[in-house]
Design a protein around this ligand. Structure first.
Ligand code: 5GP
Length: 185
């Protein structure tokens, strides 16, 4: 019998670089399983169905909730996001380390349901740095950026709830810290 794998939650404000950190970490540690979430947000340029997200209509997302297919879900900046239960639980049962890149409300749901999950929070060097990153990546409209910044302040205030925090100031240092922590679990 394989012993179950570890579940890791990675949270941090939009624009902090969670996605880039995880992409690089996955290249260094290809055995890690990065869960693919469902969302009602529209795809951004370059985002691929089933690779970055499963892009669902609101009706499809509601059906997933009704059928209890989501391990956690939350509304974030006007869209729904959720983790599909089955692929995540399958990977854990097979002994793999699974990482969920999710926002604060979802992280809190996982803390309730799976207290043994290890929770990591990624901080920006400052709110001003986060704002310039959000604008600089040019992916979101002004109103969406403002919503994400408001949400960022709420998320930063909750950072102490997490088991481990790291600051994404120098990218390579942050990546090294993340890798060391993940491999130590
Ligand atoms: P974005 O629209 O920038 O891709 O994601 C917005 C926020 O939703 C990010 O903080 C991201 O981590 C979070 N998110 C992505 N997938 C999920 C999910 O499955 N559940 C929850 N709760 N949040 C998610």
């Amino acid at each position: 019998m394989t012993s179950p794998g570890t579940l890791i939650v990675l949270t941090g404000p939009s624009g902090v670089g969670k996605g880039t950190l995880l992409k690089q970490l996955h290249q260094l540690c290809p055995d890690l399983y990065l869960a693919i979430s469902a969302t009602t947000r529209s795809p951004r340029a370059g985002e691929v169905e089933g690779q970055h997200y499963y892009f669902l209509t609101r009706e499809q997302f509601q059906a997933c909730i009704a059928q209890n297919q989501l391990l956690e879900w939350a509304e974030y900046a006007g869209n729904f996001y959720g983790t599909l239960r089955e692929p995540v639980m399958d990977q854990i049962q097979q002994g793999h380390t699974v990482i969920l890149e999710i926002e604060l409300a979802g992280a809190r749901q996982i803390r309730q349901k799976i207290p043994e999950a290890f929770q990591i929070f990624v901080r920006p060097p400052s709110v001003a740095a986060l704002e310039s990153r959000l604008r600089g990546r040019g992916q979101d409209a002004e109103a969406a950026i403002a919503r994400r910044l408001d949400q960022a302040k709420i998320e930063l205030a909750a950072a102490d709830e997490f088991d481990f925090q790291l600051v994404n100031d120098d990218f390579d240092t942050a990546l090294e810290q993340l890798k060391a922590k993940v491999l130590s679990l």
